[in-house]
Design a protein around this ligand. Sequence first.
Ligand code: ATP
Length: 451
Amino acid sequence: MSDEKQCEERQTPAAAGGEVTMDKIVSLCKRRGLIFPSSEIYGGLGSTWDYGPLGVELKNNVKRAWWQSVVYERDDMEGLDAAILMHPRVWEASGHVESFTDPLVDCKECKKRFRADHLTTERCPECGGELTEARQFNLMFRTHIGPVEDSASVVYLRPETAQGIFVNFENVRESMRRKLPFGIAQIGKAFRNEITPGNFTFRTREFEQMEIEYFVKPGEDETWYDYWVQERFAWYQRYGIRAGKLRLRPHAKDELAHYARACVDIEYLFPMGWSELEGIANRTDYDLRRHSEFSGKDLTYFDETDRTRYLPYVIEPSAGADRATLAFLIDAYREDVVAGRERVYLALHPALAPIKAAVLPLLRNRPEVVEMARRLHAGLRRRWKTIYTDTAGIGRLYRRQDEVGTPFCITVDVQSLEDRQVTVRHRDTTLQDRIPLDRVEAYIEEKLESA
Ligand code: ATP
């Protein structure tokens, strides 16, 4: 298809080493409209972040890629979007009112606050001062429904999306005529009054989860648990995370919640070390049993295959949309030298890239070239997030697109007016293909599909 291949002179800088730090990521995100500190003109609100014009595209693409693989590509899954505010009894049944707590300690000297279970020393890690005894702190945000702030009006901002799925188990099963095994997937905001948020968007008090509850017959739970661990581990690699940066960390017996039969974390090697991206747990029938007891509704399932009635077991793959987005960003961050100048680029999977293609007229004062480029862009934008830009020289425009991970830059030049061909430049290699104008849409589609 291509009749020309050339690229800018390219080398990996030995000195820069391409090492990615959180500071580099935070600064790139701010500079290029991916993620901003929240309420910044008021000095910010600690550890809250806003996704900017390109960040919202990236995060939406991450959520879409998840939904694509766990809902659209399967026969055994339904979607759901439950309310954030739920009946307060939900959180009694789930155990959150009683035990969704973290042990909190304060430093008597510098007054800093820490999660006791995150400390590796007996004294303050900041100043070496003496710490207070640990006390339990409930992580749920409380608020009130209606004008009277009494105990009867207390509601919580959900600390996880999972409970919205459990309380809708019967609604979904019945309305969609589902038989076991089947799952329900949901993406939505969750809130936790974290004691020590930080590491950019890794731990915040408001975040988004992508959760699945997969309902199975007791006895088949271990097989399904293993299946989901493999499936979810593979998903991160499918969308570009390098295998060497991912690992599974099974929970030790004393780490397991009392109702969980098994739990494993998928961890990513973030700049601050191996940290959890997603947890996958075998929760047995704990959730449906508790909701049956607290609501008085029978949530058992009648299995027609052997005419038995039982409470389904649940396998829960629970991921964070913000953490996944951060991991994809960090893993894609690259530095090299092109044409003698240092370059930063994001080698994002094309499906995740905020902008799929940029159309650039090589000569912005030639109306026919501009017209052809604009027309090309008008066609592409109906399918994908693409941009038309002519605000700088071509070299600088390429750099700007590289830095936000745009996989294809398409240039229209004077020659294009004669041969009706354009140049497609590839982000990672800087290689260029010359292709017919009317093939551009199919070309991008093929590349997106085959990536
Ligand atoms: P951690 O041990 O990091 O506090 P957790 O084990 O409490 O996390 P889960 O309750 O299993 O987390 O939540 C499932 C997923 O939700 C996590 O794997 C993570 O991706 C995401 N998540 C949880 N808490 C936060 C947070 N404060 N900020 C951003 N994402 C979060």
